[in-house]
Design a protein around this ligand. Structure first.
Ligand SMILES: N#Cc1c(N)n[nH]c1-c1ccc2c(Cl)cn(Cc3cccnc3)c2c1
Length: 245
């Protein structure tokens, strides 16, 4: 198996989509070995308690460290080399970007800690960091209820980079985040639909002009929707696009 992934959550059913489609196929092909665990497995009281009130006061509840500590003990065989990477979605995390997806696709073992409430007791991450790399990561500047949906996103971004998962390697190369611009618009049959026609150029068969048209469309879109992406393009790249000064 190329990669082992363990996900721990109090809502394991939230991760059910990981059985479907691309990720389901990666698991069937043996390139990905995924297990989802219920954090309450590692509680011992009759109410299977995973949260408690926050020290220092404030609203909501915090996830207790003990169940997480026992979960990680169970999921990290002593002396595992290289150690797994612990990924903890958090509103306070570093931004998740395609570069991180590439880095994590090279890992042998990933463990995702999906928290809820106001978060996980920070000592869980501090203690874990003494035996494995730990990354707190955020999907972006909006607020979710917990880490589960972030793990679904991260798992999709990482799994599609594993060998043999993507049928057509070219689609990887065309990836918008690869050449630093947004994708050009795409069309298929019929040529006319509800009064809207496919741009003539795309049906011309002139592949040089089609490539230029797509590049120009990608530039216009990027300038309009994501000027921040243009700002970081290396000048040489811009020159390649024959941009008028
Ligand atoms: N990744 C990401 C991400 C994102 N982009 N927004 N919200 C989250 C996220 C991730 C993990 C947790 C855990 Cl654990 C608890 N909550 C609820 C919460 C919300 C606001 C403030 N404090 C806690 C999480 C929200």
């Amino acid at each position: 198996t190329r990669m082992r992934v363990d996900v721990v959550s109090i809502f394991p059913e939230y991760l059910a989509p990981l059985d479907l489609s691309l990720i389901g196929r990666a698991r069937a092909s043996g390139v990905l070995d995924l297990a989802v665990h219920d954090l309450r497995t590692w509680t011992h009281d009759v109410h299977r308690t995973v949260d408690d009130t926050p020290y220092g006061g404030g609203p909501g509840m915090v996830m207790r460290p003990e169940p997480w500590g026992e979960a990680l003990d169970a999921l990290v065989p002593v002396g595992e080399e290289p150690p797994p990477r612990l990924v903890v979605p958090s509103p306070a995390g570093v931004p998740f970007r395609q570069a991180l997806a590439h880095e994590w696709a090279a890992e042998r073992h990933l463990i995702f800690a999906c928290g809820r409430y106001e978060g996980i007791d920070q000592r869980v991450l501090e203690h874990a960091a003494t035996r494995m790399p730990v990354t707190e990561v955020s999907l972006g500047d909006y607020v979710l209820f917990g880490g589960e949906v972030a793990v679904l996103v991260i798992m999709e971004a990482v799994t599609r980079l594993l060998p043999g998962v993507l049928g057509n390697a070219d689609s990887l190369a065309e990836e918008s985040h690869a050449h630093g611009l947004l994708e050009a618009p795409v069309y298929t049959k019929p040529p006319g639909w509800r009064g809207h026609d496919v741009p003539e150029i795309l049906r011309s068969g002139d592949h040089g002009r089609i490539a230029r048209w797509r590049r120009d469309e990608a530039l216009v879109r990027t300038a309009r929707r994501r000027p921040d992406m243009l700002a970081v393009l290396p000048a040489t790249e811009l020159d390649k696009r024959d941009i008028a000064a």
